[in-house]
Structure formats: structure tokens, C-alpha cells
Write a protein that binds this ligand. Structure first.
Ligand SMILES: [Zn+2]
Length: 65
């Protein structure tokens, strides 16, 4: 289970980047994901804590496409 490095909450959601699909908008409205915007960069944060709002990266990794 993921937990927040700041407050240790396990209410962690994914931050999703790119143009949002209908599914992504639905998930965002239910607070299942957080929309991060259209800009995709390797510095983007991946996870957001719903308890304290802290955004962080879970793992150091790079997108390879
Ligand atoms: Zn937190």
C-alpha cells in the first residue's frame, strides 16, 4: 500500500497527465485520480496525497517511448 511521505496517509491517488479522456474526467470528479494538465515532462510528480495535498514521486523512473 502506498503512503504519503509527509503525513503517512494511505489516501494516495495518481496524478495523470495528458489530454483527459472521458474516463479520466469521470475518475477525477470522483477523486480517484488527479489531473495534472497537458504538459508531460520527466519532472512531473506522479502521486498526490488526498489528506494533506502533498504531491510526490513514488519511484524514480523515466518514461521511455
Ligand atoms: Zn499526506
Amino acid at each position: 500500500m502506498e503512503s504519503c511521505p509527509k503525513c503517512k496517509s494511505n489516501m494516495i491517488i495518481d496524478i495523470v497527465y495528458g489530454f483527459p479522456t472521458k474516463k479520466m474526467l469521470e475518475d477525477a470528479s470522483k477523486n480517484k485520480i488527479n489531473l495534472g494538465g497537458h504538459e508531460i515532462s520527466e519532472n512531473n510528480l506522479e502521486k498526490k496525497c488526498k489528506s494533506c495535498g502533498h504531491e510526490f514521486r513514488q519511484l524514480e523512473k523515466f518514461f521511455r517511448e
